[in-house]
Ligand binder design. Structure first.
Ligand SMILES: CCCC(=O)SCCNC(=O)CCNC(=O)[C@H](O)C(C)(C)COP(=O)(O)OP(=O)(O)OC[C@H]1O[C@@H](n2cnc3c(N)ncnc32)[C@H](O)[C@@H]1OP(=O)(O)O
Ligand SMILES: Nc1ncnc2c1ncn2[C@@H]1O[C@H](COP(=O)(O)OP(=O)(O)OP(=O)(O)O)[C@@H](O)[C@H]1O
Ligand SMILES: O=C(O)CCC(=O)C(=O)O
Ligand SMILES: [Fe+2]
Ligand SMILES: [Mg+2]
Length: 338
């Protein structure tokens, strides 16, 4: 059983994290802690303890599948990421392996070498300046609570949500990031997503369905949107539209950590500014790759492999796994499996 295996892995990692001699020694999984009142012991299923998360934060993540941390990345760092992004858009720096995506509404229009043409960049693992985001100690300290000590940065993005063209294509449909990942267990994967400016409903904040990380991976397809949908922006085919939606209003530097099964998306950008966020998906290096043939992930494998073959100029058969093995970078501990 996947859950049992995940629990066993977390148990193993936990023992590494907290050797029995340590002050914070914990020996079993799920772990226990006292509530603030000290009365009720709580069991946690989705996080490890490295003396960073409070019992309240661990409880919140267990219940909701995300955790918002205020003011985690400094204004200076964000400024540096902005500058590097601008340089990339102006083609002042070339980054091997980088994917530059333009909004579907302008994808076929004439190219403008400016960030106004770019919706997001992906796979910046070879850009030293942007990749610094993925190695920030204060982020990794949180990440370790979800992944354990062997940490791989698997997927990197800087999202530059453009002002909506009027076609609503600036929206990101509701989805689960696990749809894109051929590795498991899901509980040892976490996304960190940092607001590079004030982000709210006006410029298209993240929208989450709390608690959906407890469900399974759903079938994803292109949504049936009249104004067009960006390449690979698959959405969950059916989800409960009556579930409460939470809009994550964030200030510059605030960071949300979320589970790869959490259903989330982002709204339209109704402002004239380009809404920026930087993110990295981390996984425990102890995760293992899975075969996605015959599963709901087969459709995304086909698209990713087609793009990768074009990008790397190969026509030999490659798999979704290959594309991730190439992109993943160790940021802490040991590269064991991934
Ligand atoms: C946790 C993970 C969550 C996610 O990753 S969600 C989103 C995943 N998104 C991605 O992986 C990014 C996918 N995008 C890409 O790979 C590239 O932008 C893409 C689509 C291959 C285009 O890149 P290039 O080939 O360099 O661009 P190009 O200007 O030469 O265009 C080639 C053909 O693609 C089309 N295109 C470009 N951007 C698009 C877009 N945003 N949506 C839909 N179609 C798009 C473009 O019109 C062109 O088509 P045609 O060949 O003229 O028919
Ligand atoms: N009609 C719809 N069908 C399916 N998904 C939608 C629909 N409208 C919005 N969404 C999705 O819900 C999320 C929020 O989008 P939306 O554009 O409605 O913004 P919002 O944050 O709800 O803002 P507001 O409600 O203030 O307009 C996005 O993931 C979006 O793709
Ligand atoms: O920044 C956003 O709008 C959300 C992006 C996202 O969820 C994704 O690319 O997987
Ligand atoms: Fe996502
Ligand atoms: Mg709405």
């Amino acid at each position: 059983m996947e859950e049992a295996a995940a629990a066993a892995r977390l148990g193993t990692i936990l023992r590494h994290l907290c050797p029995p001699t340590g002050a914070a020694a914990l020996t079993t999984f799920p772990t226990s802690a006292q509530t603030a009142s000290g009365k009720h012991p709580m069991e946690f299923h989705y996080t490890l303890d490295n003396n960073l998360l409070t019992p309240e934060q661990r409880h919140f993540y267990d219940e909701n599948g995300y955790l918002l941390v205020k003011n985690l990345v400094s204004g200076e760092d964000i400024e540096r990421f902005r500058n590097e992004f601008a340089k990339i858009c102006k083609k002042e720096v070339q980054v091997p392996g980088l994917i530059i995506m333009r909004d579907v509404a302008i994808a076929k229009s004439e190219f403008v070498p400016d960030q106004k043409a770019v919706t997001k960049i992906q796979d910046f693992q070879e850009d030293e300046e942007l990749f610094r985001y993925c190695t920030l100690p204060q982020i990794l300290k949180y990440v370790e609570c979800f992944t354990g000590p062997n940490i791989m940065a698997m997927h990197t993005m800087l999202i530059n949500k453009p002002p909506d063209s009027g076609k609503k294509s600036s929206r990101h449909p509701m989805h689960q990031d696990l749809h894109y990942f051929p590795f498991r267990p899901a509980d040892l994967i976490v996304c960190s997503w940092t607001a590079m400016e004030q982000i709210d409903r006006s410029n298209g904040c993240l929208v989450v369905l709390p608690g959906t990380h407890k469900g399974s991976l759903k079938q994803h397809d292109y949504p049936d949107w009249e104004g067009g949908v960006n390449k690979m922006y698959h959405g969950v085919r059916d989800y409960n539209k009556n579930r409460p939606r939470v809009h994550l209003v964030m200030e510059k530097g605030d960071t949300v950590f979320f589970h790869p099964l959490l259903i989330h998306g982002s709204g339209m950008n109704r402002t004239q500014g380009f809404r920026k966020a930087i993110s990295c998906h981390y996984a425990s290096a102890d995760c293992h790759y899975i075969e996605v043939k015959g599963t709901s992930q087969e459709n995304i494998e086909k698209e990713v492999v087609e793009i990768a073959q074009r990008k790397y100029g190969v026509n030999t058969p490659i798999t979704l796994k290959d594309t991730w093995m190439i992109r993943g970078r160790l940021v802490k501990g040991e590269r064991t499996n991934l």
